[in-house]
Design a protein around this ligand. Structure first.
Ligand code: GAP
Length: 452
């Protein structure tokens, strides 16, 4: 099951502390969200599973954490100054602003008027200035994609890691876009995170690697808990491709508001490395790039077969962290009718993604022996370093189970009077609600086995 509506997810996310409207106490900032205590755990778990799959479980990818502030020349030669725009339309009747593709039958989506301005290009990049005096000479951009700083670090990483083709550089971090109409909760926002891989390949092998990465990334989303029937591949038509792309396949997910892009896999050819390279005419570039007399670097690699310098092609799987969180919340959301006709809401996360892995619940709030044992159990499971473990000392076992079902905690451990005598506890499974008795001495082994 998934959520029936975005409203259900928004309400749960706020009620339980996953996601809040940013700057809410001053009326909120549109298109910006904050991740609360559970949201930050979920998001970190998602990012760390991605990082692990890219950097630790393979041998051909290096990591990077580059700056957000970006030299304007980087985004000039990357083509973003010129082309990173959306067509903006104003309604003369109600003053509503929207993107041209959001008109409804050629009319204003807000008031229905057809008294509209012509579409004009609106650049989505945020600008700020460095140093105390703002001016045209010292402005920088907040990066609109994490990718560009991977390209500008290509030579640094190549020189320090002695890589040969194919190899990749991966990065997770913030990106900023001044979206004309942010909407659908965390789906389209102005400040978001991306998980991006730039995979450098020999130009003759681009299509094989492109196809391989589409399948690898699709499988990854299924492996972490997105059901296959809610995912589909969409080949972006030629006239919709980004300025750098030869071909792009989007992994689309059935979000509550409709089926839209979760991740894009693009063949960026030699466009980016070629754009940022000095003496471009020394290479036979396939892409058309701006002539660059500012870069001081050669972003090429020596081909051991031909002994020639080649500018590699780039295959780029680029996933949105926030869209990933939204998809995972939606997938996990389940409403179940119980035997007594009550309804329970459960977030059936893959245990690796669950914000809290184990809740230890003392049966009696004020019994110091039981509470002390609960904390001891918490500390011992916490030392496994599998994520966050909590002691839930509300004194109301039913309420605690309901809460932990609703936030997706896979295991609840109840400590009661018998635990003091017999050194055992009750373990409750989130999905089946089955309860079993286990010796305290076997808990670590049990939990490790469940949360893998
Ligand atoms: N480097 C390539 C690139 O940035 P993109 O298709 O513009 O390509 C990649 O963005 C991913 O970033 C998207 O698939 C989406 O998941 C996420 N993304 C893009 N714009 C976003 C926005 N305004 N809000 C949330 N996520 C966004």
């Amino acid at each position: 099951m998934t959520a029936k509506s975005m409203e259900q997810l928004v309400a749960l996310a706020k009620r339980r502390g996953f996601i809040f409207q940013s700057n809410e106490i001053y009326g909120g900032l549109q298109g910006v969200y904050d991740y609360g205590p559970l949201g930050v755990e979920l998001k970190n778990n998602l990012k760390s599973i991605w990082w692990s799959s890219m950097i630790y479980e393979r041998d051909d990818i290096e990591g990077l954490d580059a700056s957000i502030l970006t030299h304007s020349d980087v985004l000039r030669y990357s083509g973003h100054e010129e082309t990173f725009t959306d067509p903006l339309i104003d309604c003369r009747s109600c003053k509503y602003r929207c993107r041209a593709d959001q008109l409804v039958d050629g009319k204003c989506p807000n008031c229905g008027s057809d008294d509209l301005t012509e579409p004009r290009p609106f650049n989505l990049m945020f600008k700020t200035s460095v140093g105390p005096i703002a001016g045209d000479d010292n402005f920088v951009y907040l990066r609109p994609e994490t990718a560009q700083q991977i390209f500008t670090n290509f030579k640094n990483i190549l020189d320090s890691s002695s890589r040969s083709l194919p190899f990749g550089i991966a990065q997770v971090g913030k990106a900023f876009r001044n979206e004309i109409t942010p909407r659908n909760f965390i789906f389209r926002v102005r400040e978001f995170e991306q998980m991006e891989l730039e995979y450098f390949v020999h130009p003759a092998k681009d299509q094989d690697y492109f196809n391989e990465w589409v399948q690898t990334r699709l499988k990854w989303w299924i492996d972490i808990g997105i059901s296959e029937q809610n995912l589909e591949l969409y080949e972006v038509p030629e006239n919709d491709l980004s300025h750098y792309s030869k071909s792009t396949t989007d992994i689309m997910y059935k979000f509550p508001h409709g089926t839209e892009e979760l991740e894009g896999i693009a063949n960026r050819t030699d466009f980016d490395l070629g754009s940022h390279t000095k003496n471009q005419k020394d290479y036979s570039l396939s892409a058309t790039v701006l002539s660059n007399d500012k870069s001081n670097s050669k972003l090429a690699i020596n081909d051991p077969e031909s002994k020639e310098w080649v500018i590699p092609y780039v295959i780029e799987p680029s996933a949105g962290v926030d869209r990933g969180v939204l998809a995972l919340l939606n997938e996990a959301y389940t409403e179940e009718r119980l035997e007594n006709d009550d309804t329970r809401i459960v977030l059936k996360f893959n245990p690796r993604l669950a914000p809290i892995k184990v809740a230890v619940i003392p049966l009696k709030k004020n019994n110091s022996e039981i509470v002390k044992l609960a904390h001891k159990i918490k500390d011992s499971i916490q030392s496994l370093r599998i994520g966050r473990i909590v002691v839930e000392n509300t004194g109301n076992i039913g309420k605690s189970y309901r809460k932990h079902d609703e936030i997706g905690t896979p295991i609840c451990i109840t400590v009661d009077f018998d635990s003091l005598e017999n050194e055992d506890v009750t373990i409750r499974d989130r999905d089946t609600m089955e309860q079993i008795r286990q010796p305290i001495s076997k808990l670590s082994e049990f939990v490790k086995h469940q949360i893998k």
